[in-house]
Design a protein around this ligand. Sequence first.
Ligand code: SAM
Length: 245
Amino acid sequence: MDKKSKYHDLHNLSLDIYNNGDFAQSYASRIEYNAHNALYERPATLSLLSDVNGKTVLDAGCGPGAYSEWLIENGANVTAVDYSDEMIYIASKRLGKRAKIIKANMNSPMLFLKNEEFDMIVSSMVLHYLRDWRLVFNEFNRILKKDGELVFSIHHPFMEFSFHPDGNYHETELVEDEWPAFNVKMEYYRRPLSEVFEILKETDFKFAELLEPKPLEECKELFPDSYETLSRKPWFICFKAIKLQ
Ligand SMILES: C[S@@+](CC[C@H](N)C(=O)[O-])C[C@H]1O[C@@H](n2cnc3c(N)ncnc32)[C@H](O)[C@@H]1O
């Protein structure tokens, strides 16, 4: 059992932060141009998707809608979900009627989404807020068409373990990190790499690709310190899997 679970609402982990209007606005503007998202994670995760033109795509944990916007601009029919009122507000303002935007917590079954509704699911930097991956991956399987693509990114477990070396790498653990750029303490789960693959297998996904990204070259000039760190240390990690049945 997680050390802190009796003090925390694990179903809504970190929701108090994502529901803070100031945080949400500042997160939304920062990830448009920053090193870690705009010049490192997003290009890597997007590179795993095949052509999205004409495809039905779920943006699972859409945040302020940067992924949804890219998907729409590239011809996809997008549904976006997020559990934060503030993120839903920002994404709705940004995307208007160009996407179907739904407030929902991915810790619960997403019964408002039909079986085999989607060609693809993208879930960027979201799944580490969820303890129970079996539930959400079974849901991803249910709503994807056969051979549908699941592309997701999370914190690299080696990065998390280097920040929390007193834990047990082989267990899924609740961890807390400072986000100095936003002056918040964020909570999420670090799980061993092997568990990601076990869950994919158990929920009938075939592993397809893994990326340990490096920053884009333009990051070198714009954010030299981040470039140096992200070029050397594992930070985020991206996966692609295919629904088997
Ligand atoms: C780091 S942000 C990433 C946002 C977006 N995917 C991106 O990469 O730009 C994490 C997002 O996950 C959402 N989130 C966290 N836990 C969630 C849950 N249980 N259900 C739905 N959304 C969740 C947060 O509200 C937040 O918008």
